[in-house]
Write a protein that binds this ligand. Structure first.
Ligand code: MN
Length: 734
């Protein structure tokens, strides 16, 4: 302890550390305890005199993080050391080398990972999140400790200003809670969600909390009544177990109320009881679990189709359990979860517990969790994607529910829901994907884009002539398949460029032209291309034929600057100092205003519900409220989001697209275009139609003034005979 601390502080600190040591003694090898004491002494003097926003001495935070690391995640000595030291490099004069010297290189690496992740709250959290996931490939402990860090920050969020509370709570719900879930950290996930809700919707949170409190006595009565006969029977059968029942979390109740539009009572009414038993080592855990299930159904009738067996096929996050829903004594459904002590620990503590048991349980050596990690690493290997794209992919692949399919030889393969035959092909082997022309499921031929379902056994059909096609990118959902297709394109592109370059050089030779500085420029200008790679690849693909080189080279080069004067002019205007946009103001979007621009991802048109985003360049970008990018911006750059409203728009037109589908019949296109031309305030830019098997699909690009004009048009089109759907689409990927 140092002189900078008052006696009172020293007492608080020592108490907290004693708590930590108490749990460490139970969970950590003796050899580690001395080191932990040393790390505490070191961190304590390094942070001495510094306080958190709450007023507590700073060292309380690392101690709390270490405590969570042991109790909730079940990590070992090195992690506890890293947790105690996690803010040293960031906040004090000590360096990584100091830590490495004192506690070894492994601890220093983990601290380094945590330091890199810290960043200030203002930096882009998406970028930060990407960094965080990148560390997964180094050491998963970095992320686990980071989650402990986030949990303690959420627990002490009270002392932060409101704006920061909202931002941190938003990030927690968007990124950290799903990540905790994916890593199987059930209790951390639940607490993170509850805390986030507490700050995001304080009133709703408080209301549900009180309702839960009011009903607690009644609930435990119902549980007791339900459990009593089972407990007795299990005792008779000499099965050692504990039966518990936790109320649902506040967040999960709130979430269900939102999603399903039902009342508190309707959700609350469903009881869940958990039976955790000590297995007899001579009989398989699975059999014993089913034995218990069978005992329960002696008393209560099971709901058909509601037996969930996650022991035979564990969830991707490692979760194993046997669930059954039965009819309880008062005509109410009760969910019963049956699992062993080991399964229960994995369900609560996730990752670390999984590895703790891995040695003992041979069957789980190549578990779903390992495969999941493997897939994260694959996703991470795509260096091109920017942070937001990356988040997309990440969410797409890792938070989506999953399906289980089989290869012809019976290999089990897990893929995200929505995966197609192509995804499956690439999952198995790159060449199988590249040459895929379709698949066979239950003796039926299916296309590469066919969505596969759990239980499908899939055989891939290939052809040597096949090459990856551009539209394949729309047919796959896994990052692995996407990356492999893109790589194949790059390879093709590279080949085309090489071929094109050779052809052009051969042409020079043939025409006896010695190329100089201007030669390439003239050719580029002639074909209206902007760089030589484009030229080579188009020649290589045969899109450009260069048979008249001398006459191309004869033409005089125009002054290219003329073409760009507008661009430079516009740029000048932007360079003029603009006044800082006000984040608290509501922006009224006027027709002639130049202060804002419409986001290219969702193409909002006047009348749509929109929000504004103040870009780093201090300009106002207007997104549709439900644009996925806007949602991300709200959670990642919440403080840059402003309220925006339209005035009435009549003068300017905006390009928007609609998609139609219906039954093909003669004259439908004609009728369509008549309707549009009669609507004087809408102009059509393009229309494309495609018919197959008696169904037509079409898209139109239209210039319209505002949303109500568009809605009128859609209503009219819907009245056409055979029309099944008309939708506006402003696809994000285009
Ligand atoms: Mn921290």
């Amino acid at each position: 302890m140092t002189d900078l601390q008052s006696a009172a502080d020293k007492r608080i600190i020592q108490d907290k550390f004693d708590d930590l040591m108490r749990v460490c003694k139970k969970n950590i090898r003796k050899s580690g305890l001395e080191q932990i004491e040393k790390a505490f002494e070191f961190a304590n003097q390094a942070h001495a005199g510094v306080r958190r926003k709450s007023g507590e001495p700073y060292i309380i935070h690392p101690i709390a993080v270490a405590y969570i690391t042991v109790t909730e995640i079940g990590l070992g000595t090195k992690s506890v050391l890293a947790a105690l030291l996690h803010d040293i490099v960031e906040d004090t004069d000590y360096t990584l080398e100091d830590i490495s010297r004192m506690f070894g290189p492994k601890v220093a690496t983990i601290v380094d990972g945590l330091t890199k992740l810290s960043g200030s709250f203002d930096s882009s959290q998406a970028e930060n999140f990407k960094k965080m996931l990148l560390t997964l490939s180094d050491d998963v402990r970095v992320i686990l400790i980071k989650l402990a860090d986030r949990l303690h920050n959420m627990q002490t969020l009270d002392s932060m200003p409101r704006r920061k509370q909202l931002k941190i709570a938003g990030e927690t719900l968007y990124m950290y809670a799903p990540l905790a879930h994916r890593l199987g950290l059930y209790s951390i996930k639940t607490e993170l969600e509850d805390l986030a809700l507490k700050y995001e919707h304080p009133e709703a949170y408080e209301k549900i909390r009180l309702q839960l409190h009011d009903k607690e006595a009644h609930r435990s009565y119902l549980v007791e009544e339900f459990v009593a006969p089972i407990q007795e029977r299990l005792k008779k059968e000499k099965i050692q177990c504990s039966i518990t029942s936790r109320p649902k979390s506040i967040y999960s109740i709130w979430n269900k109320m939102q999603k399903k539009g039902v009342s508190f009572d309707e959700i609350y009414d469903i009881l869940a009881v958990r039976i955790v038993f000590e297995p007899n080592e001579e009989i398989s855990e699975k059999r014993q679990s089913f034995d218990i299930l069978s005992l329960i159904t002696d008393y209560y009738k099971p709901k058909p189709d509601r037996i969930r067996d996650w022991i035979t096929m564990p969830k991707a996050n490692g979760y194993e359990s046997l669930h059954v829903t039965v009819m309880g004594p008062r005509g109410k459904w009760v969910e019963v979860q049956i699992r062993t002590r080991r399964m229960d620990e994995i369900a609560e503590k996730g990752f670390a517990a999984h590895y703790k048991y891995k040695g003992a349980e041979k069957q789980s050596t190549d578990s779903e969790l390992d495969r999941w990690l493997e897939r994260i690493r694959e996703t991470l290997q795509n260096p091109e994607s920017n942070a937001l794209e990356f988040l997309d992919q990440f969410k797409l692949n890792l938070f989506a529910s999953e399906i289980v399919v089989f290869s012809p030889k019976g290999h089990m393969i897990t893929l995200p829901k929505g995966a197609t035959v192509l995804d499956f092909a690439f999952e198995i082997h790159t060449e199988l994907g590249n040459k895929c022309i379709g698949g066979k499921i239950n003796h039926k031929l299916v296309s590469p884009g066919h969505e596969i379902k759990t239980g499908d056994q899939i055989e891939i059909i290939t052809s040597d002539k096949q090459r990856p096609l551009q539209n394949w990118l729309n047919l796959v959902v896994t990052a692995k398949a996407k990356n492999k297709i893109k790589n194949a394109f790059k390879l093709q592109e590279r080949q085309h460029i090489d071929i094109g370059k050779q052809r052009l050089e051969a042409e020079y030779k043939k025409m006896k032209i010695i190329p100089h500085g201007n030669t390439l420029k003239k050719i580029l200008l002639h074909f209206n291309l902007s760089n030589k790679e484009q030229l080579y690849s188009q020649i290589g693909m045969g899109l450009i034929v260069i048979d008249d080189l001398p006459s191309i080279l004869k033409t005089k080069t125009e002054n290219r600057f003329v073409k760009y004067w507008r661009l430079t002019f516009n740029k000048k205007k932007q360079d003029e100092p603009q006044k800082e946009l006000d984040k608290k103001k509501t922006y009224i979007l006027e027709e002639e205003d130049t202060q804002y621009h419409l986001a290219p991802c969702c193409h909002p048109i006047p009348g749509d519900e929109v929000v504004g985003y103040i870009t780093p360049e201090n300009s106002l970008e207007i997104h549709k409220t439900k644009c996925p990018n806007a949602l991300k911006l709200m959670s990642s750059h919440g403080d840059q989001i402003v309220v925006a409203e339209w005035t009435t728009f009549k003068v300017m037109s905006h390009l928007t697209r609609i998609k139609m589908q219906g039954f093909d019949r003669l004259g439908v296109v004609n009728e369509l275009t008549t309707i549009i031309s009669k609507q004087h305030n809408i102009n059509m830019r393009s229309i494309t139609f495609d018919t197959h098997d008696g169904i037509f699909e079409g898209t139109m690009e239209l210039y319209i003034h505002n949303a109500s004009d568009l809605n009128n048009l859609i209503a009219k089109l819907m009245k056409l005979k055979g029309m099944e759907s008309v939708e506006r689409f402003d696809s994000v990927d285009e």
